[in-house]
Design a protein around this ligand. Structure first.
Ligand code: ACO
Length: 436
């Protein structure tokens, strides 16, 4: 067998070092021994935006960006999307194995039992302005849950961790639905555990004066599949935030609120909302070439395209495309799909996108489906956040139980001024150039 090690020669000192290679990685701390002298701090790696740094070992999600593969706990995403309910996948992600029938039944009722929220959360939510962005409401109310469950600080107690986990997974749809109805000025609909996770969510969103709201089967299944596809995606921006904030041993609600904040950014989960705005802006197929040209001229990005890890087609986008056609059978075709398909066709044959390996990501088609189902664009990222909470919590638990993990604290390369003496105000002159 080949020697699993790396030999490095430091040309500054002519010294040679051998460091082990484990699972295709070298430990950054092994480089610290490489010094020019006893006073030298030792060699570090410099990796802005973590382009080539593994921050943890994880057994949750496997992703091969070049091959377009995504698996949860070893199971291909395509098989899970076809055969499972969302809560079944949630169980898999959080426990490591698919549930038996009895386990799933218990899990479903446990999660649904925790779908109710404290009445005070409701009044707290009532304080938001009528047009507050739902992600802002979700982020704040999730953080506020910590004040309702102060025992959640016991993050080293497995029973407490489990309780907060089922609470968060159970309450997310309720918080999201209340945020939605708050905006419309509609009365809140309380959870109905008998309906199950997604149908209950749809009921809380859309029930009006009818005695019983009946979710359409195709739409309910579409939402279930979309939730499965969004449940985890290894060390993305919001999950890394969950791990980083959680590593300070903050409670899970504050930690999840931080992850929601990361998700809200347009380069991450907020992209689905931006895609819709972009398609609206393009308006007609005939405007596409000019829009593509403006992207290539660097005026803006083609939202919903590109991914840090996938340099081949995002497997989730392929499934979503299929879901879209099923949804349109019920809702009628969303005309934005034609613009999206044409954009994809042109982009995939254009040298600019081919060279940079830019393909549609999960956000490119999801918004078109959500819009057809009746969601406003500002709800789209919330629809991402509900299922991703499961992934965040699975990764948070894994991080807390990993003996190698400590508080996340990267190093920096200092490029500021050397030591200099304080200048009194009267000697500083009238104007100064300051980098804000
Ligand atoms: N449109 C046009 N050009 C793009 C796009 C895009 N969507 N994405 C990347 N590029 C270009 C960059 O300008 C860069 O070009 P250059 O080499 O000439 O400078 C090159 O492709 C490489 O891009 P990076 O920004 O270095 O890639 P990175 O891995 O840092 O970014 C990201 C990935 C943030 C997803 C990026 O592709 C992007 O901004 N996409 C649009 C937003 C989006 O859809 N985000 C959702 C991602 S999926 C998710 O989070 C759920």
């Amino acid at each position: 067998m080949a020697d699993e090690s790396l030999t490095i020669t430091d040309n500054r000192t002519q010294k040679t070092y051998t460091v082990p290679i484990e699972k295709g990685t070298v430990r950054a701390m092994d480089l610290r021994q490489i010094k020019t002298g006893p006073d030298d701090f030792g060699l570090m790696t410099y990796d802005p935006a973590f382009m080539n740094t593994a921050s943890c070992k994880s057994a949750i999600t496997y992703l091969d960006g070049d091959a377009g593969i995504l698996r949860y706990r070893g199971y291909p995403i395509e098989q899970l999307a076809e055969n499972c309910t969302f809560l079944e996948v949630a169980y898999l992600l959080l426990h490591g194995e698919l549930p038996t029938e009895t386990e799933l039944e218990k899990w479903n009722s446990e999660i649904m039992y925790h779908s109710l929220i404290h009445e005070n959360v409701k009044s707290f939510m009532g304080g938001f302005h009528y047009d507050a962005h739902p992600m802002g409401i979700l982020m704040s109310t999730v953080a506020a849950l910590a004040t309702f469950y102060p025992e959640s600080r016991n993050i080293h107690d497995p029973a407490s961790r489990r309780l907060q986990t089922v609470r968060l997974v159970g309450k997310m749809p309720t918080l999201a639905a209340f945020a939605y109805r708050h905006r419309l000025g509609m009365p809140y609909i309380y959870p109905d555990p008998d309906l199950g996770y997604t149908r209950n969510y749809m009921n809380m969103l859309w029930k009006r004066t009818e005695p019983k709201y009946a979710a359409n089967d195709v739409l309910a299944r579409a939402l279930e599949v979309l939730f499965i596809l969004h449940a985890d995606h290894e060390q993305n921006c919001s999950t890394s935030t969950m791990r980083a904030v959680g590593s300070s041993t903050a409670d899970p609600y504050a930690t999840a609120a931080a992850a929601i904040a990361a998700l809200s950014g347009p380069l991450h989960g907020g992209a689905n909302e931006e895609v819709l705005h972009m398609l609206h802006l393009i308006g007609e197929k005939q405007n596409i070439p000019a829009y593509i040209q403006s992207v290539k001229d660097g005026k803006h990005k083609l939202m919903g395209f590109g991914h840090r890890v996938y340099k081949n087609y995002d497997p989730r986008a392929r499934i979503i495309k299929q879901v879209a056609s099923e949804v349109f059978e019920v809702t009628g075709r969303n005309p934005k799909i034609d613009i999206a398909l044409e954009l994809e066709k042109i982009a995939l044959s254009d040298e600019y996108f081919i060279k940079r390996k830019l393909y549609p990501n999960v956000d490119f088609y999801s918004g078109i489906i959500y819009e057809a189902m009746g969601f406003n664009p500002d709800q789209f990222t919330v629809l991402f956040g509900i299922p991703r909470t499961v992934g965040w919590l699975a990764q948070w638990q894994e991080m807390l139980q990993d003996p190698e993990q400590k508080i996340a604290r990267p190093r920096q390369v200092y490029i500021g001024p050397d030591s200099r003496d304080f200048v009194p105000m009267w000697q500083r002159g009238k104007t100064q150039t300051v980098n804000a």
